[in-house]
Design a protein around this ligand. Structure first.
Ligand code: RP5
Length: 174
């Protein structure tokens, strides 16, 4: 576990209605022992706050920003246009979203020069894991936590393989 309390990841979202989805990013970062901050920053309703947040993020010590939004989801792209930190975008199927496609496309289809690493619809957990992987590229403690996490995923699947082998009397042995 990293012991620093300095937030390394900024989790921001357009509305408190995004929180039930974005919570998963916070949960997985806690699991990896990575300090984070979490707040609401709306590109449309608080544009000056967004500008200030993105402008000061690096000097405040953040290393990665996870930004979630739904519908006309401009927050991740606009934050990415201001900061040089990596921005991970979480498209959210929100109350003003048409099936989530508007959220996905408005975060995914960025112009050349301003990338946003876009995860799947509502996939805040993957955003947290990706943020951990970015930090783990330079932090060995986080890299070890990620290795353990992936080993656990692997062994969970292998237990199911064994169960299915027993249930279905599979004869091959791989
Ligand atoms: C977006 O509009 C937010 O990110 C949220 O997903 C959506 C709806 O916001 P509320 O009307 O619920 O505050 O900007």
């Amino acid at each position: 576990m990293t012991t620093s309390t300095q937030p390394l990841v900024g989790i921001i979202m357009g509305s408190d209605s995004d929180l039930p989805v974005m919570q998963a990013a916070a949960d997985i970062l806690k699991e990896f022992g990575i300090a984070f901050e979490l707040t609401i920053v709306s590109a449309h309703r608080t544009p000056l706050r967004m500008l200030e947040y993105a402008t000061k993020a690096r000097e405040r010590g953040l290393k990665v920003i996870i930004a979630g939004a739904g519908g006309a989801a401009h927050l991740p792209g606009m934050v990415a246009s201001i900061t040089t930190l990596p921005v991970i975008g979480v498209p959210i199927k929100s109350s003003n979203s048409i099936d989530g496609w508007d959220s996905v496309l408005s975060i995914l289809q960025m112009p050349n020069g301003i990338p946003v690493a876009t995860v799947a619809l509502n996939a805040a957990k993957n955003a947290g894991i990706l943020a951990a992987e970015i930090i783990g590229a330079f932090d060995n403690t986080v890299a070890v936590a990620l290795e353990k996490y992936k080993a656990k995923l692997n062994s969970e699947v292998m237990s199911k393989v064994e169960k299915i082998k027993d249930d279905w009397n599979n004869e091959f042995d791989i």
